[in-house]
Design a protein around this ligand. Structure first.
Ligand code: FDA
Length: 309
């Protein structure tokens, strides 16, 4: 029951001000966010790659409401990619982007503004030998995001997509995307969606996840299993074996700070394991979605406000 309340709070500016200003919020945020700026996040990236894990970096931010902020997002990603090039991390680190941070939701020509901004990021990513994955946001953005994906893939075929198993449309989208060279991260979905477009029961979302996994593993693309769920991971491994996929022809992905020991275990077992590393000052909405996913996180967060004895 708490999940929807927290997801509503994730969109509230008033709650953002209260929570972001509370001094005790920070240690809990640090569990999920690798720093307010690129430099501390880089220390995390170095440690993860040294331990045999790959990363995808997310410069936090979403839902920008003016063109200048959308351009600032583009510039932050260009700086990030230049740093990955200088650090020679291009083969281990890619970037994940939210297109609403690139202007997608601006009225009128938001789609074209986002495409123009992200194209420049995709070009630099290709130049330095890495990739961009387009995170998927709420259902109103899916058509535009998939259209931008197709446009980017003309010149940058390894641009990655994200599909959310809670959406009814995803099985069809997965069939269309399970083609040679197509990188698709499958997740369950993290936004509050109406019953007209998405499964509401966890068991239905999980079942759909398995169906889409089957499609992706049987297809010719490159499945990216974005889940912490031990059952989904075991099923993905079975599907990899059944479809004669060698390790390296698919990968697992988990979020920074969640099931860290399992991340390392999978990497040590020879699986390709990528950690999604978010950083930046605009952590509020991302953080609230992580709280919404797991009531235990909320308890941990609220206890940090309790007076210390
Ligand atoms: P589930 O929610 O069933 O959790 C399984 C287990 O994982 C839990 O029992 C718990 O042990 C652990 N766990 C899960 N979430 C946790 C949390 N917040 N804190 C602590 N433990 C937790 N969504 C989206 O809509 N668009 C996107 O682009 C992305 N991108 C993305 C990238 C990557 C790499 C991952 C792993 C996830 C996303 N997501 C996402 C989020 C995704 O949709 C989903 O909300 C979370 O991954 C939680 O779902 P699980 O599959 O982990 O299963």
């Amino acid at each position: 029951m708490l999940g929807p309340v927290l997801l509503a709070a994730a969109r509230s500016d008033r709650m953002r001000r209260v929570i972001a200003a509370a001094p005790l919020t920070r240690p809990v945020v640090n569990r999920f966010v690798a720093g307010d700026a690129l430099n501390p996040a880089l220390a995390t990236v170095r440690a993860l790659t040294a331990a045999g894990l790959d990363v995808t970096l997310d410069h936090l931010g979403e839902g920008v409401s003016d063109k200048a902020t959308a351009r600032a997002t583009r510039d932050a990603y260009l700086r990030l990619l230049e740093t990955l090039r200088d650090e020679k991390l291009g083969d281990r680190a890619e970037v994940s982007v939210k297109l609403t941070a690139f202007g997608q939701a601006l009225p009128g020509d938001g789609h074209d503004i986002a495409l123009d901004n992200i194209r420049q990021v995709a070009e630099l990513a290709s130049e330095i030998g890495t990739t961009v994955t387009l995170d998927m946001e709420d259902h109103t953005t899916v058509d535009s995001t998939l259209a931008i994906l197709h446009e980017l893939r003309r010149a940058h075929p390894l641009t990655g997509a994200v599909l959310q198993s809670y959406l009814f449309r995803t099985e069809e989208d997965a069939r269309a995307l399970a083609t040679a060279g197509s990188r698709v991260r499958l997740v369950k979905g993290a936004y509050r969606e109406p019953a007209s477009v998405a499964f509401q029961e966890k068991k239905d979302v999980d079942r759909a996840y398995v169906r889409v996994l089957r499609t992706l593993f049987a297809g010719d693309g490159y499945p990216m299993v974005g889940s912490h769920d031990p059952r989904m991971i075991a099923i993905a491994q079975e599907l990899a074996a059944r479809n004669h996929r060698a390790s390296g022809s698919y990968e697992f992905q988990m979020l920074y700070g969640i099931r860290t020991a399992e991340q390392r275990r999978l990497a040590e077992a020879g699986e390709r394991m990528r950690v999604y590393v978010p950083y930046g000052a605009d952590w509020y909405a991302y953080f609230m979605r992580r709280l919404a996913e797991r009531p235990a996180n909320l308890g941990f967060f609220l206890r940090s406000f309790a007076p210390t004895r």
